[in-house]
Design a protein around this ligand. Structure first.
Ligand code: NDP
Length: 256
């Protein structure tokens, strides 16, 4: 089987934040299978070691870098360490994120800061630190994991939607600022995907049925559903695509 040269990303080096499990781990798997060297990130080194072993470990070009993406100095040290140990980053996937479902009137200051830091500030911190290096080299691909909720909101998830809507605009802003330096910045917007983050929703039979009913594809998304979109946006095939969010949601966004 041959790969069209436009889709060939063999030999690239990628960092995927929040890749010890869930969507990030699946995206890392996709990049490894496409021939990339991949750095897994999360806050728990043990979880990262396990996740790296599942993808074949150092022999398969899988490395780990434990740091908290909300902590500026830790991010700066983490990116410097990754580039020194593993090599210059060609691809960054800002995937780390969290959910906190609660009505706005019950949402505390601390909970607000935590979700904004985790879902939005993290992409700014890791993106800026990586782009400093990518702009100097004149090339790079950044993919921010947005959400169906970058476009819509339901009761009880306003803070999450606010962060993901802002992440969509940050994606466009990064594209504007860093495009002249040969960097393309895009988003992938997952619909409802079965992971630890959505477990309470998957287990809620009524909600789960609603998701299937509102999704033209008639099912929940699987983490593997997102791999193709990432590989496309990380490849030369997307060299003239920037500032876009590609929704991978079984058609749900268009139905809401
Ligand atoms: P999970 O909760 O399954 O995984 C989250 C990952 O992020 C873990 O690896 C976690 O590792 C890491 N992480 C969380 N906080 C930090 C931090 N401060 N620093 C470093 N790593 C961190 O989530 P999903 O895989 O479901 O979601 C991944 C992304 O996809 C998120 O941005 C989410 O908003 C987005 N998304 C998910 C959807 C879904 O339906 N699942 C739908 C739309 C978007 P650890 O806790 O060990 O640090």
């Amino acid at each position: 089987m041959t790969t069209h040269p436009l889709f060939d990303i063999t030999g690239r080096t990628a960092l995927v934040t929040g890749s010890s499990r869930g969507i990030g781990h699946a995206l890392a798997r996709g990049l490894v299978e496409a021939g990339c060297t991949v750095v897994l990130n999360g806050r728990d080194q043990q979880a990262l070691d396990k996740a790296a072993a599942e993808l074949g470990g150092a022999e398969a070009g899988v490395h780990t870098a434990a740091f908290d993406v909300t902590d500026g100095p830790a991010v700066a040290a983490g990116i410097a360490d990754v580039e020194e140990r593993v090599g210059p980053l060609d691809i960054l996937v800002n995937n780390a994120g969290m959910q906190n479902r609660a009505p706005l009137l019950e949402f505390t200051d601390e909970a607000w800061r935590q979700i904004v830091d985790t879902n939005l500030t993290s992409a700014f911190l890791v993106g800026r630190e990586t782009a400093r290096r990518m702009t100097a080299r004149g090339h790079g691909k950044i993919v921010n994991i947005c959400s169906l909720q970058s476009e819509v909101v339901r009761p009880g998830i306003a803070p999450y939607s606010a962060t993901k809507g802002a992440l969509k605009m940050l994606t466009k802003g990064m594209c504007a600022d860093w495009g002249p330096y040969g960097i393309q910045v895009n988003g992938v917007g997952p619909g409802y995907i079965e992971t630890e983050l959505t477990r309470p929703l998957v287990e809620d039979e009524q909600f789960s049925t609603w998701v299937r009913g509102r999704t033209p594809a008639g099912r929940w998304g699987r983490t593997e559903d997102l791999i193709g979109a990432l590989l496309y946006l990380a490849s030369p095939a997307a060299d003239f695509v920037s500032g876009q969010v590609l929704y991978v949601d079984g058609g749900m966004t268009s139905q809401l």
